[in-house]
Design a binder for this molecule. Structure first.
Ligand SMILES: NCc1[nH]cc(CCC(=O)O)c1CC(=O)O
Length: 306
C-alpha cells in the first residue's frame, strides 16, 4: 500500500531549502509511516529581487504564495522564517509549531572589520529601516545603502567591494554554513526583528492529525518569546517597514522583553518589561503602550499616537 504523504511547501532560496530540509528530516524520523515531499513555490519577494522590499505589494511578500497553496490544499505544511510572517494569518491557517530558536542577533559582515573598527564613512548595505536607524544611532558617520538579494548575494557585494559591510541575521548565516563571514557583533541594545532566528511551521486549522504531530516539534521557550515579540509588533501597529525591534528571553521562569522603535526612522525609543510567560502577548502590548507614551512625551511634535 502507498504511504500517506505530507507535502511541504518551501521557497526555492538556499536558506528556505535548508530550513525545509530540517523539518523534512524531523518528519521522516518521527513519522516513518508517512512519505514527505517538498514542493518549491516562488514568492513575490523572490521574484522581485531588484526592488526594495518597501515597494512590494505589502507585508507577507515571502509567505503569501505558500499560504495560498496551503489554503488550496496543494501543500500541507509551509516552513517559514517567523520574522517574514504577517501578524494576522489568513483565515483557516495557524502556526502549528515554532522551532527552537537559533542565534537571534544581527551581525556585521565586512572585509575584516569589527563594528568599532570600520573606517569613518564606511558604506553599509541593508534594506531594513530597523537596521539602518540602529546603525546610524551608534555610528552617525556611516552611510547606509539599500541592499537586497539572498544572503549569498549580499555577502558577495561585500567581498567584491561594492559596499563595505552588510547587516545580516546570524541565524541565516549559520544555517547556510557561512558563519565564518561574520566579522562583528553589535552592542546588546541593537535589537533584532520580532521573530528573528526562529522558524515556524504553518498548517491548516482543520488538519488535526498533522497539528497533533507538529505539537512535539514546538519549542515552548521560543514560542513564548516570539509571542511576546509579535504582541509588541502588533500593538505598535507597524507593517514590515516600521523600524521595530524586539527580543524576548525566558530566564528563571520569567519572560523578559526588550523593545525598540523609531517611527520617524531617526530617533529611537527603547525599553523593557518582564513578567509571567503565560501573559506573553499582553506583555508585548504593555511594553508597546509604555513606549508610545515615552515617544509622545519626548517628541510631541511628532506624536504618532494620540
Ligand atoms: N528577510 C529575509 C530573512 N528572513 C529570515 C532571515 C534569516 C533567518 C531568520 O531570521 O530566521 C532573513 C535573512 C536576514 O535577515 O539576514
Amino acid at each position: 500500500m502507498k504511504k500517506p504523504k505530507f507535502r511541504i511547501g518551501s521557497r526555492a532560496s538556499r536558506l528556505a531549502m535548508v530550513q525545509t530540509s530540517m523539518v523534512q528530516c524531523w518528519l521522516e524520523k518521527h513519522c516513518p509511516g508517512f512519505e514527505v515531499e517538498v514542493i518549491k513555490i516562488s514568492t513575490e519577494g523572490d521574484r522581485k529581487l531588484g526592488i526594495s522590499l518597501g515597494e512590494l505589494s505589502g507585508p507577507g511578500a515571502f509567505v503569501k504564495e505558500l499560504e495560498q497553496a496551503l489554503l488550496e490544499g496543494r501543500i500541507d505544511i509551509a516552513v517559514h522564517s517567523l520574522k517574514d510572517m504577517t501578524i494576522k494569518l489568513p483565515e483557516g491557517l495557524m502556526i502549528g509549531a515554532v522551532l527552537e530558536r537559533d542565534d537571534p542577533r544581527d551581525v556585521l559582515v565586512t572585509r575584516g572589520f569589527k563594528f568599532d573598527e570600520l573606517p569613518l564613512g564606511s558604506m553599509i548595505g541593508t534594506d531594513s529601516p530597523r537596521r539602518a536607524v540602529q546603525l546610524l544611532n551608534l555610528r552617525p558617520d556611516l552611510k547606509v545603502q539599500t541592499l537586497r538579494g539572498n544572503v549569498e548575494t549580499r555577502i558577495g557585494r561585500v567581498t567584491e567591494g561594492v559596499i563595505d559591510g552588510a547587516v545580516l541575521a546570524a541565524a541565516g548565516l549559520r544555517r547556510l554554513g557561512r558563519e565564518e563571514a561574520i566579522t562583528g557583533y553589535f552592542p546588546e541594545s541593537f535589537l533584532p526583528a520580532p521573530g528573528q532566528g526562529a522558524m515556524a511551521i504553518e498548517a491548516r486549522q482543520d488538519d488535526l492529525e498533522l497539528l497533533e504531530i507538529l505539537r512535539s516539534l514546538n519549542h515552548a521557550g521560543t514560542a513564548v518569546a516570539v509571542t511576546a515579540e509579535r504582541g509588541f509588533l502588533a500593538a505598535m501597529g507597524g507593517g514590515c517597514r516600521a523600524a521595530v525591534g524586539a527580543l524576548g528571553t525566558v530566564e528563571d521562569g520569567r519572560l523578559r522583553l526588550r523593545g525598540m522603535f523609531s517611527p520617524d526612522h531617526r530617533h529611537i525609543v527603547s525599553d523593557e518589561i518582564a513578567g509571567d510567560p503565560e501573559n506573553a502577548e499582553k506583555l508585548g502590548a504593555s511594553l508597546a503602550e509604555k513606549m508610545k507614551t515615552t515617544w509622545n512625551a519626548l517628541y510631541p511634535e511628532a506624536a504618532v499616537w494620540k
